[in-house]
Ligand binder design. Structure first.
Ligand SMILES: Cc1cc2nc3c(=O)[nH]c(=O)nc-3n(C[C@H](O)[C@H](O)[C@H](O)COP(=O)(O)OP(=O)(O)OC[C@H]3O[C@@H](n4cnc5c(N)ncnc54)[C@H](O)[C@@H]3O)c2cc1C
Ligand code: SF4
Length: 495
């Protein structure tokens, strides 16, 4: 262990809170809580709570080792610190420019992701044409030696995704133990009181307040990871894509906010999952599926944010120009009849979290069909979700969900009708719409919206074999013009 008198003070941003952001347990630390962050954007109340709670818990853990400053802006706080500082590469371009512009501050390589920025850039520079997550994931498995048997992928395939597409379990509940929920403490009570006061002062929040459901300390995050690996991982794989109105969590890990706050080192989750496979017989399809999410998807989204040009973030190649309606911005689930959308929007309102498929195939899909501006949607996902950060938005929202870059992340848009939602959820049975109908009073807004979207964007979406088949199918629809007119009338009203 080094002597902390020789160590520079490490400035930890509020998403760099775990021990892996320090070189030594005793290293001097600077933490800054900026109120301006909450004035600038309308955050979900539970997200604001988690961010503040995690930062203040870290300050309490570090005690005298940390200088903890509460200020309006980072700039104001920094005026109070005289000594040289070092900081790990921040997670947004804006923050990176800011720290690079400070002459007392040394910027260190990024932490909190499995593959380094330099290794990703070297891999990507050698590729010709479009980058694909699957190829990066294979590189990362080999590079970090994850789930390999003598150099080959465990189970002989790099991805076992086809085994992970079960519809929801019958009976409305998955038979797995619930994830451990954190216990709120005095710090949470203080955060809640501060947020109430800030609201009275005029700072606006979205969504409903509720118990803190996501870890605010490394200890809580590790406990959730351990429990997940032991009790929930096996069911994660098969039901990864399923949606249940009665069980929003299913077997998801609920760890994204812990990784993104920097509480949990992602390599620990990857190695832990591999151990569960090798030592405890966890099913390979589940283990590989979970590893792919973290070593593959999460890292890929992070790296493409930095590797692609800054302008990628504002792509809008489908010329989507409509503003998000107020009911969407306000998370007004009660205004919506469509059972799937109403339930998912209520999940965002009440928990600031829904899992991947509701984000992609309900929320993102609906916004794409309606032609809402990707930039507004980026802001919405960023601020309404407990795990939202700028770096995670570009790939997931602009690239994957809104196809606003015409396919740098995917070969075709993630747009779908009611048939997909019907297959993968229990929503349609209790809905006033019929997933099979595209025209009429009970036409499913997703099914009708799907055809209307394809019709309006047929010249913008690049042709490929998969799209060509769908377009041919569309050309055979005798009622297409009527469907387009119907969806135009529905417009941005809550469906
Ligand atoms: C439109 C849209 C918006 C999204 N916004 C966010 C976001 O703001 N923050 C965020 O962390 N994830 C985001 N995701 C990815 C994914 O939906 C969430 O990471 C996941 O639902 C979080 O729940 P979980 O921790 O239970 O994840 P699990 O299903 O248990 O997956 C395990 C982990 O894999 C990682 N992961 C999986 N897919 C992705 C991905 N595409 N991008 C980044 N990490 C991934 C997460 O860290 C997650 O904790 C978004 C996806 C879409 C389609
Ligand atoms: S019928 Fe359509 S709107 Fe209703 S739940 Fe199914 S997919 Fe959603």
């Amino acid at each position: 262990m080094g002597d902390n008198r020789d160590m520079s003070r490490r400035w930890l941003f509020a998403d760099q809170l775990g021990p892996h952001f320090l070189d030594d347990r005793r290293q001097p630390v600077l933490l800054i809580e900026s109120k301006a962050v909450f004035r600038r954007r309308v955050h979900h109340r539970q997200k604001a709570h988690l961010l503040l709670s995690a930062l203040r818990h870290r300050a309490a853990e570090l005690g005298d080792q940390a200088v903890f400053l509460r200020a309006e802006t980072y700039g104001q706080a920094l005026k109070k610190v005289r000594e040289p500082l070092e900081v790990c590469h921040p997670t947004s371009r804006r923050a990176l420019d800011f720290v690079r512009g400070l002459d007392r501050v040394t910027v260190l390589p990024a932490r909190g992701y499995v593959t380094s920025l330099a290794d990703f850039a070297e891999w990507a520079d050698q590729r010709r044409g479009a980058l694909r997550m699957e190829a990066f994931y294979r590189f990362a498995r080999e590079h970090h030696g994850v789930l390999l048997d003598s150099g080959d992928p465990a189970g002989d395939r790099w991805s076992l995704d086809v085994e992970n597409r079960e519809p929801p379990p019958k009976g409305g509940k998955l038979d797995v133990p619930a994830a451990p929920m954190p216990k709120e403490d005095d710090i949470d009570a203080e955060v809640r009181a501060d947020l109430d006061r800030w609201e009275r002062e005029g700072i606006r929040f979205a969504g409903r307040d509720g118990p803190r459901r996501f870890p605010a300390t490394t200890k809580e995050a590790k406990a959730r990871l351990r429990h997940f690996l032991r009790h929930r991982l096996a069911a994660f794989g098969p039901y990864e894509d399923a949606m249940l109105s009665t069980d929003p969590w299913l077997a998801h890990s609920m760890l994204s906010s812990s990784f993104n706050l920097g509480l949990l080192d992602p390599i620990e989750a990857v190695r832990g999952a591999e151990r569960a496979y090798r030592r405890e017989g966890a099913p390979l399809a589940s283990v590989e599926g979970f590893v792919r999410q973290i070593l593959g998807w999460r890292d890929y989204i992070w790296h493409t944010y930095w590797y692609f040009e800054a302008g990628w973030r504002t792509s809008n190649e489908l010329s989507a120009r409509r503003s998000l309606p107020a009911w969407w911005n306000d998370l007004d689930a009660d205004a919506v009849d469509a059972h799937c959308l109403s339930d998912v929007l209520a999940g965002v309102r009440d928990r600031a979290w829904v899992h991947h498929i509701p984000r992609l195939m309900v929320l993102g899909n609906y916004a794409l069909q309606r032609g809402w501006r990707p930039a507004e949607l980026v802001e919405w996902f960023h601020t309404r979700f407990v795990d939202g950060y700028e770096w995670v938005m570009t790939g997931n929202v602009v690239g994957m969900s809104q196809y606003a870059d015409l396919g740098r992340m995917t070969t075709k848009p993630y747009v779908g009708g009611g048939a997909y939602i019907n297959r993968m959820s229990d929503y349609c049975g209790g809905c006033r719409y019929d997933p099979k109908k595209r025209l009429g009073e009970d036409a499913c807004p997703f099914t009708a919206g799907y055809w209307a979207f394809l019709s309006l964007n047929r010249d913008r979406i690049p042709g490929n074999a998969r799209m060509a088949r769908t377009m041919k199918q569309m050309d055979r629809l005798a009622d297409l013009d009527a469907v387009v007119a119907q969806e135009k009338r529905r417009g941005d009203d809550p469906p």
